[in-house]
Design a protein around this ligand. Structure first.
Ligand code: SF4
Ligand code: SF4
Length: 103
C-alpha cells in the first residue's frame, strides 16, 4: 500500500535502463515493456518468433503466421522505440520482420 503514497518521481523506474549490460543494448529480450502497441501488435511475441525462426526452429514461422496482427500491421508510430529500455529500434525491426516472413 505504500506504493499508493509515492510520487510520480519515486515511481520512475527509467534508471533501470542505466544498469543494462552493453551487449544487451539493441537486442529484444521480449520483456514487453514497450506494450501496448497502438496497432495491437504483440511486439514481444513477434520478436521471439522471428529470432527462433532465424535460429532454425521450424515451428516458429507457423506460429507467427497464425498471429492476428503481424509486422505488416505496424503503423510506424514510434511508441515502442521510445519505450524500450534496451534501445531496440523496434519500428525498423518490424520492417525487417515483415520482409523476412512476407507479412
Ligand atoms: S522492443 Fe524492447 S521493450 Fe519491447 S519487448 Fe523488445 S526488449 Fe522489451
Ligand atoms: S512502431 Fe509499430 S510496433 Fe512500434 S508501437 Fe508503433 S505500431 Fe506498434
Amino acid at each position: 500500500m505504500t506504493y499508493l503514497d509515492t510520487t510520480d518521481e519515486e515511481r520512475d523506474y527509467s534508471v533501470i535502463g542505466s544498469f543494462i549490460p552493453d551487449d544487451s543494448v539493441g537486442k529484444c529480450v521480449y520483456c514487453k515493456h514497450c506494450h501496448p502497441c497502438p496497432a495491437g501488435l504483440n511486439i514481444g511475441l513477434i520478436n521471439k518468433y522471428y529470432d527462433l525462426s532465424r535460429q532454425g526452429d521450424p515451428m516458429a514461422k507457423d506460429h507467427y503466421l497464425t498471429l492476428e496482427k503481424t509486422a505488416s500491421d505496424c503503423i510506424k508510430c514510434g511508441h515502442c522505440n521510445k519505450r524500450c529500455p534496451f534501445k531496440v529500434q523496434q519500428q525498423e525491426r518490424m520492417e525487417e520482420i515483415k520482409n523476412y516472413f512476407g507479412k
